[in-house]
Design a protein around this ligand. Structure first.
Ligand SMILES: Cc1cc2nc3c(=O)[nH]c(=O)nc-3n(C[C@H](O)[C@H](O)[C@H](O)COP(=O)(O)OP(=O)(O)OC[C@H]3O[C@@H](n4cnc5c(N)ncnc54)[C@H](O)[C@@H]3O)c2cc1C
Length: 677
């Protein structure tokens, strides 16, 4: 029989499948199990009566619908019939709004979605037992397969320790309401109550109705008195706060308590004959709104794996491997989205264009080029606004020329950098931290209009200090001839102790460098959230501050001053990020011109998508709160990513690495990088 099973896809034997939970994951899974040959006996246990549910409308992306179409065309056809569609995201802050097109969404009520899935289950002969709560898995002992589709507080998950779940709360509260008004786009609205920011995610899902989910930080929720307000009081508060957006429309509740969301991750999604799907296995913060999509895709993937595998265990393993990657990636994006919402206050000050860009690229699933492809007019409007802002500090900027964000000049001290790319030599921190290959150099040079705005030269790669005078001047002239760029000299306090910093600054100015940067990373290398803390961390920052104060006092006026520090936090709430922000404020107050944020504490930090997201988020926070221009280096150095970083105000300059020093010393009579001491 086993040999036959190996030759024949799917099972020879019909399975008895018990599905716990009749949400989107459980119902779709049950329907697909029946639909694939009809031989399995499938029972859904749902604790609520049919069609009793919470919440209002859901959005489904094109890819979610495509997954449904591929698995079950009749369900897809009914969803398409029931949905409303829109294709723009509108960002509202204060009196201003900006709309970006090219983001097609479908939306329908959760109630309607469940009705369609319940109907499909009935059609296909699924035994749906509504009003039946499963408390004890022993009640399902007769089942060959148990599917845990019982949502975020899954009892199935809770009963089997082998799933090893990790549950993480967050600092946000949310309430799921509806507005009696049809908004025309996915609208993200930021409104202030006193000191605190509230964010609403609003989109149409039915004739004359829109979902209206409001998020705020826990402390804002308390300050607004919402902890004791009840449903009516909460509606009243939101009605007043978003009055300009509601234009007189009422807000409606449906089991709408203020809740704290919990992110669920499981080390394993299956054990023995039991497997988890949807929210039971993984949840996505509602600021990203794709949990139903993942739930439906999980269901389709599980049934496909059962069809293709010789037995349930093999199918579960296959399903988990295939789906975990998707869940991890969405959870990283959701974490970024949640953080963005939790720190709204540090982004809104940047103006609507930058805020919109930050919002649209917050999880880095979209970059600048994607946004341009989707809506060139929106990007042109962004570029016009950014150029106008820059023209305030760069008089004479020709506003009739269209420029991508990295091509905008930047005023730094007394100098104007031609664009936002700073070429850093090989072996810099970014490369050490991420160990990546060379960026697409030619592409980057094209993006910058031929050459970088500045080149960062490590003093350690120049002739020794005692020979500084003429050789340094020659190096400067050669680099300037080759690149036309401003030049930044990087020095390290271990090579230039406090007494010699003034000397270094004078040499730099005399040689013709525009900027001197002191690299404080060796002093601060352990300033990571899980590293040095408390007193020792503070002392390290104090020493770093002393170094930069000495340099600021010594630097001639012609020289702009920069400090390079690691930005190791994962969230703006981390002590390490707060310390960097305080340092930025100190640097600005002392007359400093630039803060160079280095990615993480060093090579011991693993590279991952989450690290990039955390870094850009923390960098934006430091920049906005410290009110100082910043430079940031990332390993993903495509023009689309770099333009998004500049346009969204995550940084003012991007450090880009070239693995070929010949780029800037080619044809020279000595190679700068050969002269390491
Ligand atoms: C405010 C908010 C907005 C959202 N917006 C979106 C959006 O726009 N788009 C999107 O894709 N996703 C969105 N989501 C996420 C989405 O709601 C969930 O990810 C999705 O419902 C998960 O489906 P599920 O079937 O896994 O779990 P659920 O939908 O939670 O279903 C679980 C079912 O199991 C039942 N159950 C629980 N315990 C038992 C038991 N012991 N016995 C029997 N039955 C039980 C429950 O009654 C429930 O019906 C949003 C979530 C929130 C909170």
């Amino acid at each position: 029989v086993y040999a036959l099973e190996r030759q024949t896809p799917g099972f020879l034997r019909a399975l008895r499948v018990a599905v716990v939970g009749g949400g989107p994951a459980g119902l779709f899974c049950a329907a697909l199990l029946r639909q694939s040959g009809g031989r399995h006996q499938v029972t859904v246990y749902e604790r609520n009566p049919a069609l009793e549910t919470y919440g209002w409308g859901l959005v489904l992306s094109e890819s979610a619908l495509e997954a449904v179409r591929a698995a079950d065309p009749p369900t897809h056809a009914r969803l398409v019939e029931a949905r409303v569609t829109f294709d723009a995201i509108e960002v509202r802050v204060g009196p201003e709004a900006m709309r970006a097109g090219g983001h097609p969404y479908s939306a329908l009520s959760r109630h309607r979605l469940l009705a369609i899935l319940q109907h499909r289950c009935a059609e296909l002969g699924v035994d749906c037992r509504y009003g039946t709560r499963v408390d004890d898995l022993a009640d399902l002992a007769g089942a060959d397969v148990v599917v845990g589709a019982d949502g975020i507080n899954s009892r199935v998950r809770g009963r089997i320790p082998a799933f090893r779940p990790h549950l993480e709360g967050d600092e946000l509260r949310y309430v799921w309401l509806a507005a009696e008004r049809r908004f025309e786009a996915m609208s993200i609205i930021a409104r202030q109550s006193g000191e605190d920011w509230f964010q609403a995610h609003v989109y149409p899902f039915d004739q004359g109705l829109s979902t209206f989910v409001v998020f705020c930080r826990e402390e804002a929720w308390r300050r607004a008195g919402l902890d004791g307000a009840g449903e009516a009081g909460s509606i009243d508060f939101c009605q007043r706060l978003f009055a300009a957006d509601l234009e007189g429309a009422r807000l409606l509740a449906n089991g709408s308590r203020w809740r704290v969301f919990r992110t669920v991750r499981c080390a394993s999604w299956h054990h023995g004959n039991t497997v988890l799907v949807g929210d039971a296995a993984h949840t996505l913060h509602p600021t990203i709104g794709s949990g139903t999509k993942l739930a439906l895709e999980d269901a389709a993937a599980l049934v496909q794996a059962l069809d293709d595998s010789p037995g349930p265990e093999a199918a579960f393993a296959r399903y988990e491997v295939g789906r975990k990657r998707a869940a991890d990636s969405y959870q990283a994006a959701a974490a970024a989205s949640r953080e963005f919402c939790a720190h709204l206050g540090s982004y809104v000050g940047a103006g609507t264009a930058q805020f919109a860009l930050q919002l649209l690229t917050r999880s880095q699933r979209l970059d600048y080029d994607d946004l341009r492809r989707r809506d060139p007019d929106f990007i042109r409007a962004v570029e016009r606004r950014l150029a106008k802002d820059v023209a305030r500090s760069v008089p004479g900027l020709d506003l009739s020329v269209e420029r991508t964000p990295v091509r905008l000049p930047l005023r730094l001290g007394r100098h104007t950098l031609a664009n936002r790319l700073v070429l850093t030599p090989p072996g810099t921190w970014a490369r050490a931290a991420f160990g990546t290959a060379a960026p697409a150099r030619d592409e980057l040079r094209r993006a910058a209009g031929g050459c970088p705005g500045a080149v960062l030269v490590d003093a350690a790669t120049l002739p020794p200090a005692h020979a500084a005078g003429r050789p340094w001047r020659e190096a400067v002239e050669r680099l300037r001839r080759r690149t036309g760029a401003a030049l930044i000299l990087r020095i390290r306090p271990d090579r230039w102790p406090a007494g010699e910093l003034a000397h270094a600054a004078r040499l730099a100015a005399a040689a013709g460098f525009e900027v001197v940067e002191v690299d404080l990373s060796p002093q601060l290398a352990d300033a990571r959230p899980d590293g040095v803390r408390g007193q020792e961390l503070e002392e390290r920052w104090e020493r770093a501050e002393a170094v930069i104060r000495t340099l600021l006092a010594a630097a001639p006026d012609s020289l702009a001053v920069s400090a390079a520090v690691p930005c190791p936090g994962r969230s703006p709430d981390d002590d390490a990020v707060k310390a960097v922000t305080r340092f930025a404020s100190m640097l600005r107050a002392g007359g400093g011109d630039l803060l160079h944020l280095l990615p993480g504490p060093g090579p011991d930090r693993p590279a991952s998508a989450l690290d990039h997201l955390a870094l850009t988020r923390c960098a934006a926070h430091v920049r906005n709160q410290g009110r100082l221009p910043t430079m940031l280096g990332l390993d993903r150095q495509t023009p689309g990513v770099l333009n998004a970083i500049i346009a969204s105000g995550q940084a003012d300059l991007c450090a880009v690495t070239s693995c070929e020093p010949a780029f800037w010393t080619e044809g020279a009579d000595y190679t700068v990088s050969d002269r390491r001491p």
